[in-house]
Design a protein around this ligand. Sequence first.
Ligand code: ADP
Ligand code: MG
Length: 307
Amino acid sequence: MIGLLRRLFRRARPDGLPPPPLIALAGVSRAFDDGAIVALKSVDLAVHAGECVAILGPSGSGKSSIVNLLSGIDRPTGGRVLWNGQWIKSRRAWARLRRREIGIVFQEFNLLPTLTACENVEIALMGRGIAADERRELAQAALVRMGLAQRMEHVPHALSGGERQRVAIARAIVNAPRLLLADEPTGNLDSANREIVADLLFNLQRDGGMTMVLVTHDEDLAARCRRCVRMRDGKIIDDTTPALLPIVEEPATEQAATVVAEKATAAADAAIPPAIDETPLAGIEPPIAEATAAIARAAAPMTEAAE
Ligand code: ADP
Ligand code: MG
């Protein structure tokens, strides 16, 4: 509690207001099958920059639904998802955030099977105007950071589970995202690899000052996070550091003045007619559409099928 107050105070803006959370769910619900299934029930969750948050809960309690909403892969049936205090509405704005600000690691790795480790990481850099040589260098540097210098030209099936997950982490962090979302990242690994992958994630979070939201069943892993959020039946039933202030949406103009990335997003969104806004991702972003859509499908197969 005191830690959070200190953090809020330290980040106070000249106007005296604390900064908005980096990402927040404000009264978010997610229902399926015309309301027959309710995955999330009016959830409020504010995550501030630099936080390391574990999300725990039994299977079916809504953890992956939260990750899918925090990444914009899925959209709520009620409430708002705010990035830096601003309501993000369009697929295109979410795609842009995933390209530059949000990295995602899934339990199933979700690597493209026909591409090498290096190519899988390079995909995350496409559509950003980065030259091919530089893309390769950045991807290689990320893989070296994950201890995979000797595995760059291997395709996923030639790699162990732990190595595949490290490639997936390299892909998630190669853009130096501000938010790293990890949905049971160690769930498919043996105990030795669980430890290696967990250490890598926590080191990345600590050294880069990155914000991390980590879904896990593993209490030991959760205990390494400063904050633990527990879910049951689509609700948060416990939060060691809940938001003290109401989650408010900031005026778009103020946000545009303070966050360069959002300024670009808002301008681009304003130029998109609604009909195009709803165009499937594949039509908007040819270079990374295949990969992003494949990852989204693999992460939320039921969601895709339901829509
Ligand atoms: P967790 O990750 O905690 O196991 P999920 O967020 O995946 O839980 O799911 C929460 C609830 O929503 C579960 O009851 C699940 O069956 C349901 N659910 C998730 N996605 C869909 C979908 N596309 N269609 C129907 N029900 C879904
Ligand atoms: Mg899940």
